[in-house]
Structures are given as C-alpha cells and as structure tokens.
Design a binder for this molecule. Structure first.
Ligand SMILES: Cc1cc2nc3c(=O)[nH]c(=O)nc-3n(C[C@H](O)[C@H](O)[C@H](O)COP(=O)(O)OP(=O)(O)OC[C@H]3O[C@@H](n4cnc5c(N)ncnc54)[C@H](O)[C@@H]3O)c2cc1C
Length: 395
C-alpha cells in the first residue's frame, strides 16, 4: 500500500470546521466559568444568569433557532455540541435542554407568526426562558396517561391538572405544559401544548427537595383552572403526538449531550489525577486496573457521541422517525457512558473521590438523572424491543 499524499493530516471527523470552531468558542467560555462557578451557585442558591447571558451574547443559546427570528440558523447538532462542551468544562446549562431545544423547536416548527415573534428572539438572546412540563405524578413514564386537561371557555382555555419534577419553573418566564383536550368525536384524550406564564392565576409551584447539587431546581406544579387566551395553544389542537415528539426528540439528544459533557468532565479529572498520584513506584495510571476502565469509559463516551451526532443529523434533516429511534439510543448510550465514567472517576481518586475539594462524588447523583430523565433506560429498552426488534409488549 502506498502512502497517499492526499490522506488528511489528522483523522477526519463527522464535524465540520464550523463545528470545531464552535466547540472551541464554547470551551473557552466554559473555561472562564468552570466547575467552581457552579459549586458557588449551589452554595449560595444562585442561578447561572451570568453564564446564560454570556452564552446568549455569543449566539450559543439560539444557535438552533431560525435566523429570521434572531437565531443562528443551525440545528440540534450545533445546540447539542454547545451543551456538551459546557458540560465538559463543568458548567452545563440544564435549561438549554428545555428552553431553546424543546420549546424553541416546537414554537419554530408549529407556532403562529405571533408566537414566533414573541418568543424566538427572546429565547435566542437569553432575555426570556421557557420550562417544559409533561411528567405527572400518576403517569410518570407512561405519558399516554397524563390527565392535565384543557377545556374551552369561550375563546379561552381552562387548564387543570398536576405536574411533577419540572425543572426551572421559578426562573422561566413561562412553562410549555403538555395537556390534553377531550376529543368530542372519540371521547379519547389528545396531547396539546400550552404556554403558561409563570405568574398566571391558578398556576402553583412547590419546590421538591432533591439530593442533587445543581443550580436548577425541580418543582411540583398545580394548575387550577388556569385561564389562558386562545393563542396560548402552540400548534394544532389535533396534531397530537407528532408535534409533541418534535420537541421530545431534541430533548433526548440534548440529554445525551448533557451526559457526554459530564462524562468527559469526570474522565478528564480522573486522568489528570491518575497521571500524578503515586503510591508505589509509578503513578496509579500505570496500573492497568486503573488505566483500562478509564480507556473503556473514553471509548464508550466516543461511541455514544457518534450516536448523538447521528440522531442530531437525522433530526436536522427532517427525518423525525429515524431521529426518534436514534435519539433514544443516543440518550441510552450517553447516560450509561456517563454513569460509568463518573463511577470510575470517583474510584480513581480513592478517598479524594469523595471529598468536596475534588467535587466528583456529587456527579454520581447527577449522572443518574440522565439515566432516568426525560425517558428512563427501561423505557428506551422497551422502545427498541418493540419498535426496532418487533418483540411483543408485556404492558
Ligand atoms: C432532575 C430531574 C429533572 C427533571 N426535569 C423534568 C422537566 O423539566 N420536565 C418534566 O416534565 N419532567 C422532568 N423530569 C421527570 C422525568 O422525566 C421523569 O422522572 C421520568 O420520565 C421518569 O418518570 P417517573 O419518575 O415517574 O418514574 P416511573 O415512571 O415511576 O418509573 C419508575 C421506574 O420504573 C421503571 N418502569 C416504568 N415503567 C416500566 C415498564 N413498562 N417497563 C420497565 N420498567 C418500567 C422506570 O424505568 C423507572 O426505573 C425530571 C426528572 C429529574 C430527576
């Protein structure tokens, strides 16, 4: 085999020069803030407003939103890359999963011209944020069982129900709530999406005490006949699941990116430590019992990133069905990779893995979030069993 002069000097990747430049921009921003910024916010009960504003100024928050509404004209590929890099720097912005990714996408794809003008430029420049509420206490993983119900009252809607574990409702200007309308013809219920302003009368919230060290908090919500104008409904009342999944697939891809960033952050800390820490003749990283699991964690993060890139590429080219399967698989793979990377990172540091000084132990809980939310590991395995492999259902 001859040595080709046309072979690229560096390995080819699935990412363009623009993507690499975007990664570098985000990494530089992340480095300016870093883990210490987040830990400080957790200690003081603060929110990552400064990082949010700086990310917006650089055009990173709305990178996926249409240019005509102040966005960057990119897609979920670019937005997920931003979140991954911030996570790798130790300061992931959880609300990116909901505000520009779910809510921005749904409004851009299905909103009216007025809704687009009211929300998209503000989501992109960071001046407004939107939360997203679908989970219910009695429905959980089975979103088909949600009971939050919208009924018409003249031109208005009245929304009644309960939600749980909804992130960032206190800092979001509004929450995109998944409700159902009663279908007069069939008597069955259909999902539809409503923008509920934070201070709407009848919209109550109670903070849930979580054993998570993160600036963003989770809330239980009550909706007691919340009166909403006709234009609070986003999209078609009859569009149902298609419209909902236009938002849920980006959510899965973004959660995968969140997990990848966290896994990379933990792994980098462990590698740095393993190169230095010496209790025998050589640094602990020379022992294969330490080196191999770290190498495995790296491989698994890389593999999960490939799947995340595939899911984002399918979504951005408009293949909602293909993206659905790939987004589920990416979220599964990235969450598992992150859980494993964090576990191994903590172990690599020995006793220091559990100290506040090194700050890795809290990631054990944080990494589990990606395994549970927005759709659990088991529900993804169910999806692949039934949808991909055609196996029969037990439930
Ligand atoms: C930190 C955090 C932030 C969140 N943010 C939001 C948010 O912003 N908005 C929002 O709407 N929701 C949010 N959630 C909720 C999250 O999406 C749900 O927790 C998740 O969908 C699982 O629902 P559940 O907690 O009710 O678990 P359950 O549905 O009660 O499931 C419990 C366990 O049973 C398993 N299980 C259930 N059914 C099956 C089955 N058929 N086969 C096999 N196993 C099964 C599950 O995998 C899981 O392990 C958040 C959750 C967390 C932890």
């Amino acid at each position: 085999m001859s040595t080709s002069t046309t072979r690229p000097a560096r390995p080819t990747t699935l990412e363009t020069e623009e993507h690499r430049a975007l990664r570098a921009t985000v990494a530089a921003l992340g480095k300016r803030y870093g883990r210490a910024y987040f830990t400080g916010l957790v200690d003081t009960g603060g929110h990552p407003e400064a990082l949010w504003a700086d990310a917006a100024k650089l055009g990173l928050l709305g990178v996926n939103l249409p240019e005509e509404y102040g966005g960057g004209g990119g897609g979920i590929a670019e937005l997920s890359l931003v979140l991954e890099e911030l996570g790798a720097a130790g300061c992931p912005l959880l609300m990116m999963i909901v505000s520009p990714a779910i809510c921005g996408t749904v409004i851009a794809r299905f909103g009216t011209e007025e809704q687009k003008r009211a929300w998209l430029p503000a989501l992109a420049d960071g001046s407004r944020t939107m939360a997203f509420g679908i989970t219910e206490p009695d429905a959980g993983s089975n979103a088909h069982r949600i009971t939050t119900t919208a009924r018409r009252d003249g031109d208005d809607w009245l929304l009644t129900g309960r939600k749980v574990f909804v992130s960032g409702v206190d800092i979001a200007d509004a929450t995109l709530i998944v409700g159902r309308t009663e279908d007069a013809r069939t008597g069955s219920l259909k999902p539809c999406l409503f923008i509920v302003p934070r201070d709407a009368p009848g919209f109550g919230r109670r903070r849930i005490d979580m054993e998570l060290q993160a600036p963003e908090k989770q809330f239980e919500l009550t909706l007691d006949e919340v009166r909403l104008p006709a234009d609070a409904l986003v999209g078609d009342e009859d569009a149902g699941l298609l419209q909902l999944f236009a938002g849920l697939n980006p959510e899965r891809i973004m959660t995968a990116a969140f997990a990848l960033g966290m896994g990379r952050y933990a792994l980098a800390k462990a590698v740095e430590y393993a190169k230095e820490r010496t209790v025998w003749k050589a640094p602990i990283g020379a022992h294969q019992a330490i080196a191999h699991p770290l190498a495995q964690a790296h491989i698994e993060i890389e593999l999960a990133r490939l799947m995340t890139q595939k899911a984002a590429a399918l979504y951005d080219t408009g293949d909602d069905t293909g993206a659905g399967e790939a987004a589920n698989m990416a979220k599964y793979a990235a969450a598992e990779a992150a859980v494993k990377a964090v576990d191994q990172a903590v172990h690599t540091l020995g006793g220091n893995g559990l100290t506040s000084e090194f700050g890795l132990a809290s990631l054990i809980t944080a990494a589990r979030v990606a395994r549970i939310a927005p759709v659990s590991r088991e529900m993804i395995l169910n999806y692949v069993s039934h949808q991909t492999l055609g196996l029969p259902k037990s439930y």
